[in-house]
Design a protein around this ligand. Structure first.
Ligand SMILES: Nc1ncnc2c1ncn2[C@@H]1O[C@H](COP(=O)(O)OP(=O)(O)O)[C@@H](O)[C@H]1O
Ligand SMILES: O=C(O)[C@H](O)[C@@H](O)[C@H](O)[C@H](O)COP(=O)(O)O
Length: 429
């Protein structure tokens, strides 16, 4: 049996990709109480993610002394060169955050890519403590990868002998297939595969042609690189190929939970979505028990103990609708994963629609909203509380920086709900 099929996760744009990637990285780090190994990638795709890791919100959640940073491939240029992959990662976050001893660059001062490859293989073997990879004990917790325009990963170019190497962990590649045309040093497919999670980042319209070929199953290095455990492709809207729709989970959701911070547009977008689908829209706030309403009216913040019965009431309404075959859209901030667990349960056909936007834009909308008074401090605390849904929650993520109907289009497209499909029109006009 081959490795499990990759999961395709669509995100709105490059900024959302960086956040989703960083969240996934943090989740994997949190799962390992021991020594952690992350294999970074070069290229332009991961830079935003790296920079995010250096920001306070992420930096504080990484147990730096326990995390070791490797690189999947290196351009054979001196450290410090603008083309040098590890230098990019160092500048973006490692130098500011990681202990020097935990940074493991591929040496490029050995005289030849082949010698560098051997030196790095020795370093990896010493770190791993064995020269044979045990599938039950992956070398890396996470391997990050980009896809080159020719379908290469790391520096394993299509048709090159390096792609076929199975008995070494690292190889020298004398000539690159695409720019920059400098020799490379690259981990091999078996070394890259030895990870709990392999995370591809594919963003931008220029990646759409190659991604279309990859997802069509063409024999390219990007299709041979698979984790023995879990492989996830993060793909932004610009790179998302038309054909990718066919590979998503079939079946319509029964319930959509439109989530996000206050003023992200949950009511506005939820109602518009309801109109388009002919589904009933409910505001989650109307499910608060009277005691919560009394508390909020008195200006007292709710505790989690107050929230559980409220979330359970929404979950009960979803269950009731499902039992009756009546689809529903519910707006609920659902800022924490624990809250969403109650709302969604194990139910694959209750989907989250996450309205994503930055503090500035949403703050501006909040300021202009009529008939509401919300202190700015409240929005700050909402952002502080927000745990954006992780890839394991299969959210539909949309940017709120667009007109309402465009956001609705985006949601429908991600859910693969064509307006002409009869099963969407069961309550429609
Ligand atoms: N995509 C959008 N473009 C412009 N204004 C928006 C958009 N979405 C929401 N708004 C406005 O932002 C404010 C907050 O939206 P609302 O739906 O009440 O947010 P929430 O339900 O998340 O608190 C409202 O004044 C609404 O008209
Ligand atoms: O050294 C490198 O160039 C990379 O490791 C390479 O494998 C990269 O990930 C892809 O070429 C995608 O590059 P972009 O992210 O720049 O598109």
């Amino acid at each position: 049996m081959g490795p499990p099929s990759p999961e395709l996760v669509r995100v709105a744009d490059k900024a959302a990709m960086a956040r989703t990637g960083a969240d996934l990285l943090l989740a994997r780090i949190a799962e390992n109480a021991g020594r952690i190994a992350i294999c970074l990638t070069g290229g332009s795709s991961p830079k935003q993610l790296y920079e995010l890791l250096a920001t306070q919100a992420y930096r504080d959640r990484i147990p730096w002394p326990r995390v070791h940073w490797f690189i999947g491939d290196e351009r054979f240029v001196p450290a410090g060169d603008a083309l040098h992959n590890m230098t990019m990662a160092r500048h973006a976050f490692l130098d500011a955050c990681a202990p020097a001893a935990n940074i493991h660059p591929i040496p490029t001062d050995t005289g030849s890519p082949e010698r560098s490859a051997n030196a790095y293989a020795r370093e990896l073997i010493t770190f791993y403590g064995a020269d044979q990879l045990d599938p039950a004990r992956p070398l890396f917790d996470v391997v990050l990868l980009g896809i080159g325009p020719d379908g290469h990963v790391a520096s394993l170019f299509p048709g090159y002998p390096a792609v076929e190497v199975r008995d070494r962990w690292v190889v020298g590649v004398d000539q690159a297939h695409v720019a920059p045309f400098v020799p490379r040093v690259s981990l091999t497919l078996p070394a890259l595969a030895s990870c709990r999670t392999m995370l591809f980042e594919v963003a931008g319209a220029d990646k759409q042609p190659i991604l279309t070929r990859v997802l069509a199953g063409e024999d390219l290095p990007a299709n041979r690189a698979r984790s023995t455990h879990e492989t996830t492709f993060l793909i932004d809207a610009a790179a998302w190929p038309e054909t990718a729709a066919d590979r998503s989970p079939p079946g319509l959701p029964h319930a959509l939970i439109v989530m996000g911070v206050s003023s992200s547009g949950k009511s506005t977008v939820g109602q518009a979505l309801g109109r388009r689908l002919g589904w009933r829209f409910e505001d989650g706030d109307s499910f608060h028990p009277p005691a919560n309403v009394a508390k909020m009216s008195a200006g007292q913040p709710l505790t989690d103990a107050d929230r559980w019965p409220w979330l359970q009431a929404i979950a009960d309404e979803i269950a009731r609708c499902r039992a009756q075959g009546e689809p529903i859209i519910i707006a609920c901030s659902a800022l924490k994963k624990a809250y969403r667990k109650i709302l969604v349960g194990d139910c694959g056909n209750v989907r989250l629609v996450y309205l994503e936007g930055d503090r500035e834009l949403i703050g501006d909308r909040m300021g202009h909203r009529k008939g509401h008074f919300m202190p700015t401090g409240l929005l700050d605390s909402q952002f502080a509380t927000l745990e954006p849904p992780g890839v394991d929650e299969h959210p539909v993520t949309v940017s709120v920086d667009a007109p309402v109907e465009t956001i609705v289009d985006d949601i429908l497209q991600q859910l693969h709900i064509g307006q002409d499909r009869p099963d969407c029109e069961r309550n429609g006009s």
